[in-house]
Design a binder for this molecule. Structure first.
Ligand code: ASP
Length: 410
């Protein structure tokens, strides 16, 4: 009998860890397996987002449906991101991971200018509008591609007769072809995961983890509460379906997010699981998920908030209520603006630091350097939280749109 994909992946993960622990640095020989898998996933992202959002918006039919779906999608994304941030806020105030931390770990060679070029929130919003959509696609600029695809899809809905039919069919067919390619790539998942996990374990320095132990514990706890308690509750509240079904259906995508640390690279797998395992319609999947992968990052939002309060605590600042409120808002915006790639959340932390006036503090840059050094496991986990929230959103919205054939095999 053939083993189910999620078991294959779990076994690949375990083997990857064991292999890296035994072989040490030598485990890096299998790193190319992970690299090849990542490249295959990345290869598909730009055309997938272009075809799926354009066909998604075009098949919504009219601006009323588009408005309704848009409102639900953004409403859900806002709700879950803010609740994640509040969890981060409460935990950092409770555990106080930064109090008493002295960071002079000699990570030294860190150059903060590498991190701080995120350009501010307004800049992100303005840059969302591509001056040249082809260039946006060539550069893989997701927000711009989404903006263009929504505009294009909307344009198609305004056409009549044959032209409308031709373009809608073209983009629907293109989207289906992308999903077929994705399905092919997914067969390689266990091999890719093995390569990625071996590399992550083999190249981690364990000593540093101890210096910022409580910080890591805080983030892990927050992410765990969010993904395994709060999100399932929200899911159950709106659908009355057992959340375990959802986790089982999404296991391959969750494992891919965990091993790639990139919601963008995971998007094809997320879409495949939501469409084929959860049973959400093509129309909902293709609208909700590409948007979600780019702007809905609960794990990252929680991390931005907790990370900045940790830094403030380590620098000996006591943040006022008003400052913490500013952190909640900017953490949300930073998570929306963060790219769906590894460690993007850490880059955005400077935006939140700036908002409370700590951006220029030399100590802050040093601490961010240390956070960077231990970021990998946190990034893996928050990416998994990010895509889980997207997929729960897709299921909730599908249910609310009257889709009934969900979780048939789970
Ligand atoms: N790696 C995360 C993602 O792709 C973003 C982050 O760094 O928080 O979802």
């Amino acid at each position: 009998m053939k083993l189910k994909l999620h078991w294959q992946i779990l076994i690949a993960m375990a083997l990857g860890i064991i292999f890296a622990l035994i072989a040490g640095e030598k485990a890096l020989v299998v790193a190319p397996l992970g690299t090849i898998f990542m490249r295959l996933l990345k290869m598909i992202i730009v055309p997938l987002v272009l075809f799926s959002i354009t066909s998604g918006v075009a098949s919504l039919g009219d601006s009323r449906t588009l408005g309704r779906m848009g409102l639900k999608t953004f409403g859900y994304y806002f709700l879950t991101s803010i609740s994640a941030i509040v969890i981060g806020l409460l935990l950092t105030n409770l555990i106080k991971p930064g109090v008493g931390v002295s960071i002079d770990t000699g990570v030294g060679s860190f150059d903060p200018s590498n991190l701080s070029n995120s350009g501010g929130i307004l800049g992100i919003l303005i840059r969302m509008i591509p001056t040249n959509p082809v260039q946006a696609m060539a550069e893989g600029n997701m927000l711009s591609i989404i903006f263009w695809s929504i505009a294009f899809g909307f344009g198609i809905t305004r056409l009549d007769g044959k032209p409308k039919e031709i373009l809608t069919n073209f983009f629907n067919a293109g989207f289906e072809a992308m999903m077929k390619i994705t399905h092919g790539i997914i067969f390689l998942l266990p091999i890719g995961v093995f390569g990625l996990i071996s590399k992550a374990v083999a190249s981690s320095g364990w000593d540093l983890f101890r210096a910022v132990g409580m910080y890591m514990v805080t983030i892990f706890t927050g992410l765990t509460i969010h993904i395994f308690i709060l999100l399932p509750l929200i899911f159950w509240f709106f659908t009355r379906i057992n959340p375990l079904k959802h986790f089982r259906a999404m296991a391959p995508a969750m494992a891919t997010a965990f091993s790639t640390s990139s919601s963008g690279a995971t998007l094809p797998v997320t879409m495949d699981c939501v469409e084929n395992n959860v049973g959400v319609s093509n129309k909902t999947t293709s609208f909700v998920l590409p948007l979600g992968a780019t702007i809905n990052m609960d794990g990252t939002a929680l991390y931005e908030c907790a990370g900045v309060i940790f830094i403030a605590q380590a620098l000996g600042f006591d943040l006022s209520f008003a400052q913490q409120f500013v952190i909640v808002i900017t953490a949300f915006l930073a998570s929306v603006g963060a790219a769906a790639v590894p460690s993007a959340g850490l880059v955005m932390i400077f935006i939140v630091l700036d908002a409370v006036g700590l951006g220029e503090h030399p100590g802050a840059a040093l601490i961010v350097g240390t956070m960077l050094a231990v970021d990998r496991p946190l990034d893996m986990y928050r990416t998994m939280v990010n895509i889980t929230s997207d997929s729960i959103g897709a299921a909730i919205i599908a249910k609310s749109e009257g889709e009934t054939d969900l979780y048939k095999n789970y």
